[in-house]
Design a protein around this ligand. Structure first.
Ligand code: NDP
Length: 284
């Protein structure tokens, strides 16, 4: 029987630990602060921003939500980021993506000070990740590694296949697995014979965004399967993996929902607390 990796329970444990840490920091007037900027009215983005706000409040992190109209100019957004970069009450700055088309996303991400880039998307942090230096690591990949750790899965020497090469999931998680001494294969839309690449993997990380694309029969017996995909099908959330058949072959598998999803926000909170601790250390 496969272990069903309970991301919801693991994330809750993490949040409880963070709440204790935040309470301790508060005693020295060091409440971590996260600023979340939303430009426009996209309903999905609105709901992500609201859940980040609720999560911050639950652990005692100071949350500043800034909603700007869709017509906000790039220079206005850059000025706001500049102000937040200099605000000592703010330890993390997150700009909810996607941004309206008239704003160049790269300009905005690059304007966030790398020390407050708790999403880990700044090229400085991604470059440090690639070179194996300490940095803020992107939240979803960090959450995936945490789930593997909590399940007692050691990546050293394992064949890991990552499906998807986005800058926010596929590429960084591949780098992080490499840093844990895995042999990593990255697949994407031009990969020939995806099933074969999946079949030789001890660990598969699926981050594609196509409902149930990875069929159960493709997986090696005993594989560990991490399903990052979030797809809405007939009002229900499903992953990128055909769960019902994959669970028969897996030694451990994440469900959707309740697997990777809850970990992403938990890691955002963890990075924000870490940012405050680093700025305290820098002052001493
Ligand atoms: P992107 O759309 O940015 O990237 C998708 C990747 O999948 C691309 O690299 C693409 O290849 C690859 N791909 C597309 N079709 C195929 C195919 N037929 N065979 C192999 N590879 C293919 O997505 P994200 O990385 O942002 O997100 C992936 C999924 O993870 C989505 O469902 C998203 O909702 C979910 N997600 C979940 C999070 C969570 O908290 N749980 C957080 C972030 C994302 P190519 O580069 O060649 O186009």
């Amino acid at each position: 029987m496969a272990i069903i990796i309970d991301g919801k329970a693991i994330a809750e444990r993490l949040r409880n630990d963070l709440a204790k840490e935040v309470a301790e920091l508060a005693q020295s007037n060091n409440i971590p602060g996260l600023a979340v900027i939303l430009v426009g009215d996209d309903p999905a983005s609105r709901s992500y921003v609201a859940s980040k706000d609720r999560a911050c409040q639950k652990v005692g992190i100071h949350s500043r939500q800034i909603h700007l109209p869709a017509a906000t100019r790039e220079d206005e957004l850059l000025a706001l980021i500049d102000e937040l970069n200099r605000d000592s009450a703010i330890d993390g700055i997150l700009v909810q993506l996607p941004l309206p088309k008239h704003i160049e996303t790269a300009h905005i991400i690059e304007a966030i000070h790398p020390d407050k880039d708790v999403d880990g998307f700044h090229p400085y942090n991604l470059g440090r990740l690639a070179s194996g230096a300490p940095c803020f690591q992107p939240c979803t990949p960090l959450g995936i590694l945490r789930l593997l750790d909590e399940t007692g899965i050691d990546l050293a020497g394992k064949n890991v296949t990552v499906v998807g090469r986005s800058n926010i999931v596929g590429k960084p998680v591949a780098l992080m697995c490499l840093a844990r001494h895995a042999t990593v294969t990255i697949c994407h839309s031009r990969t020939r014979d995806l099933a074969q690449q999946i079949g030789r993997a001890d660990v598969v990380i699926a981050a594609v965004g196509r409902p149930q694309m990875l069929k159960g029969a493709w997986f090696k017996e005993g594989a560990v399967i991490i399903d990052v995909g979030i797809n809405r099908v007939e009002g229900k959330l499903v992953g990128d993996v055909e769960f019902e058949s994959a669970v028969q072959r897996a030694s451990a598998i994440t469900p959707v929902p309740g697997g990777v999803g809850p970990m992403t926000i938990a890691m955002l909170l963890a990075n924000t607390v870490e940012s405050r601790k680093r700025s305290i250390a820098a002052r001493q």
